[in-house]
Design a protein around this ligand. Structure first.
Ligand SMILES: NC(=O)c1ccc[n+]([C@@H]2O[C@H](COP(=O)([O-])OP(=O)(O)OC[C@H]3O[C@@H](n4cnc5c(N)ncnc54)[C@H](O)[C@@H]3O)[C@@H](O)[C@H]2O)c1
Ligand SMILES: [Zn+2]
Length: 382
């Protein structure tokens, strides 16, 4: 299968996203062809390196990589400093090309290490989770968490190249893989209804991680994200559609201290909430609600929400980055592939939607209040 190449426009220069089974093995050629070298340093995690390091060695990566611990807890300034230490010891100068091989955690933190080392050196992303392939590796958002909030420290630093090999997804734990699939559903809702149809038709092959089914799926999502970030690199408006399902999704993650859900699982709930608010208002066509809820159900059970307190979820919505100057910008679906932004979603509507998900204590209160009027607190995630 020939690799699929997608171009992304960025202020600092366009870059390509290459999606193809086996592209990990040919990474060396891709880098050579774009003069991304000769000095390269790989950064990965022990898990990913143990599973896929041999293929990268075949691609000419003989030098020992810098390994950073896995997991969201590792996405912090101390780990960035460790990467910097290793780069300084390796006498890396401004000609260095850093190759980040891993999930969104590795991509975000190594991206920020590259953005800040010598005021910015080149980075190539080799995303190895479905979420990283369809989302985090594209667009140039990099960063780490702070003790007081997620992704609070960061920089825009677009990569020089992204190489996504669907074959590496074969080793992904089932839950991580499914978590990425919910973001694929999101792309279908916001931009490409045919993607939802294709997903429905080929779900068994997708779940079996068949590269023939996965490659066009990953490429379709990369194309959508590439189109959106090319038009709106710094999130002035258009990029906001990527937040579909993320108002309630992020709030569920925050209310459960990022322990209960994989990101995509929370987004699955968030999409259902956004769709039900839209259907109740007659903004969203019921057919999208049906298509999405059917697909989500076919992917299997989500972690429970019945013991999550509605109050905690609503208070997290009020602190969200999508509250701009006191107004909540809520992305709703309209017809398949199209969205609109609602700026008047009330607390009562959110409560009704949370109740529909089964969140505890979500029955609408007697008095009406608008979280959209809540003062914005610290910024939140991408
Ligand atoms: N920069 C952005 O635009 C953006 C967008 C969305 C999410 N993010 C960030 O991405 C992060 C989440 O990324 P994620 O979901 O990829 O999680 P992750 O990076 O934590 O990876 C999940 C797990 O999968 C393992 N893994 C990775 N590749 C594997 C493979 N091929 N086989 C087996 N195991 C593998 C990892 O070791 C890890 O344990 C969050 O920190 C989030 O904030 C960033
Ligand atoms: Zn997301």
């Amino acid at each position: 299968m020939e690799p699929i190449r997608i171009e992304v426009a960025a202020a600092g220069g366009a870059y390509s996203v290459v999606v193809g089974p086996g592209s990990l093995k040919t990474l060396g050629h891709e880098l050579d062809a774009r003069h991304l070298g000769p000095r390269r340093i790989l950064v990965s995690s022990p898990t990913v390196w143990a599973l896929h390091g041999s293929r990268l060695r075949q691609a000419g990566a003989h030098r020992t990589p810098i390994l950073v611990p896995d997991g969201e807890r590792s996405k912090r300034l101390r780990t960035v400093e460790r990467v910097h230490d290793a780069l300084i010891r390796a006498k890396a100068d401004r000609s260095i090309v850093i190759v980040a091989v891993g999930g969104g955690v590795v991509g975000d933190l190594v991206g920020f290490a590259a953005a800040s080392y010598l005021r910015g050196v080149r980075i190539v992303h080799v995303p190895t989770t479905l979420l990283a392939q369809v989302d985090s590796a594209i667009g140039g958002k990099t960063g780490v968490n702070h003790g007081l909030g997620k992704n609070l420290i960061g920089a825009f630093h677009p990569p020089s190249l992204v190489v996504a090999d669907p074959l590496v997804l074969a080793t992904l734990p089932r839950r991580e893989f499914r978590s990425g699939l919910y973001e694929v559903i999101k792309y279908g809702v916001i931009a490409d209804p045919a993607l939802l149809d294709r997903m429905g038709e080929t779900l068994p092959a997708i779940l079996a991680r068949d590269p023939q089914a996965l490659t066009p799926l990953v490429a379709a999502c990369c194309r959508i994200k590439a189109g959106i970030v090319s038009a709106d690199e710094r999130e002035s408006g258009l990029r906001r559609v990527l937040n579909f399902g993320h108002t309630v999704g992020h709030a569920l993650e925050a209310a459960t201290e990022y322990r209960r859900f994989r990101h995509g699982e929370a987004i699955a709930y968030g999409m259902l909430a956004a769709l039900s608010i839209g259907v109740t208002r007659s903004v969203t066509s019921p057919e999208i609600y049906d298509a999405v809820s059917t697909l989500i159900a076919r992917l299997g059970p989500l972690p429970p929400v019945s013991d999550v307190a509605a109050r905690a979820v609503l208070s997290a919505v009020g602190r969200d980055k999508k509250v701009v100057a006191g107004t909540l910008h809520f992305v709703a679906a309209t017809t398949p592939g199209r969205t609109t932004t609602l700026t008047d979603v009330s607390e009562a509507e959110l409560r009704t939607a949370l109740k529909g998900l089964g969140v505890r204590g979500a029955a609408p209160p007697r008095r009406r209040a608008t979280p959209g009027r809540t003062r914005a607190a610290s910024p939140r995630e991408s």
